[in-house]
Unconditional design. Structure first.
Length: 312
């Protein structure tokens, strides 16, 4: 087999569901222009970190000197049917019901790097990235052949849907790149736009994070505007509506990697439990999860929204 085939086989053995190889060239100018215009329009809300390291975000070579290739991976997080409950007291975005994906993915990218150094070519350098690193991961994943960017701004793979997490291994090893995935027009579908409870998505392709429930419940550091509270309802962490509405979701299979720990019990939390939760209880229940970044104060803020006790 070729070194590219060896790398891809090892990537799948490590538990990823898809892998592709892209060059480490800077991202196309169209992506940069859109992103800068999006920032200028104020659509990034209070996510100030998105205004930093813009040059690094679109040029893998600035994240790793001498970079030649980017190995892009995808981890399916679609829960099994028996892991989901109906009519739960609270609603949590599906990715948020897992252990923190950042160390999970990075650990496996480090293992892949060791495999390459020990079995393919020593002396090369790597940088493992998940979305906490400033990198245009969806643009690179499309370049690596993993999918296309839809109107909901998610990477969509027609065979997998969108319920997968991305990671990247930037390397100085030169590899034969895969064919980029052709951009698939969403046309007049618009299901994601109609499904968005707060109107954060528009048919013209714009996305306003200031209205996005995922932003409001996870990223917003202060109070949530009263105008969105009815639409947020009992969502305490994120929102899946624009993903689940996509017709490509009909093709997706449930996750295969059961090492990625899912917590169905979190769906059974109720507002009273959350409001009386102590910091020690919070740390114990949500250890090693994305909720730790959210913090107990904001979790209680979110829970107050649908109990009509939020006085902000």
């Amino acid at each position: 087999m070729t070194k590219e085939a060896d790398i891809k086989q090892k990537t799948l053995e490590l538990g990823f569901d898809a892998v592709g190889i892209a060059t480490a060239d800077p991202v196309d100018a169209g992506h940069i222009d859109y992103f800068e215009g999006w920032l200028d329009a104020g659509f990034a809300a209070k996510m100030g970190y998105l205004h930093r390291n813009i040059e690094k975000r679109f040029d893998p070579g600035q994240l790793l000197k001498g970079a030649r290739s980017v190995i892009c991976v995808a981890l399916n997080y679609r829960p099994a049917a028996d892991e989901l409950s109906e009519d739960t007291p609270v609603r949590i975005a599906r990715f948020g019901q897992y252990e923190d994906y950042h160390p999970f993915i990075k650990d496996r990218l480090f293992q892949l790097a060791e495999f390459i150094k020990n079995g393919i070519e020593d002396g090369i350098r790597f940088k493992a990235c998940v979305d906490s690193v400033p990198i245009a991961e969806r643009a690179l994943a499309q370049r690596a052949g993993l999918g296309f960017i839809g109107r909901n701004h998610m990477l969509i793979n027609p065979e997998m849907g969108s319920q997968f997490l991305l990671g990247e291994l930037i390397t100085t090893l030169e590899l034969e790149p895969d064919e980029p995935f052709a951009q698939v027009p969403c046309g007049d579908c618009g299901r994601c736009v109609r499904a968005c409870p707060t109107g954060a998505l528009s048919f013209d392709g714009s996305f306003d994070a200031r209205k996005c429930i995922s932003y409001l419940t996870i990223e917003e550091p202060d109070g949530i505007p009263a105008e969105f509270k009815n639409e947020i309802g009992n969502r305490i962490f994120g929102c899946d509506e624009c993903i689940l509405a996509c017709p490509h979701e009909l093709n997706g299979a449930e996750r295969k990697n059961r090492d990625f720990q899912f917590h169905p019990e979190w769906q059974n939390l109720n507002p009273d439990q959350i409001q009386t939760m102590t910091e020690d209880e919070f740390q114990k229940i949500f250890a090693d999860s994305g909720f730790i970044r959210l913090g107990l104060d904001r979790l209680k803020r979110n829970a107050r929204i649908f109990t009509n006790t939020d006085q902000e």
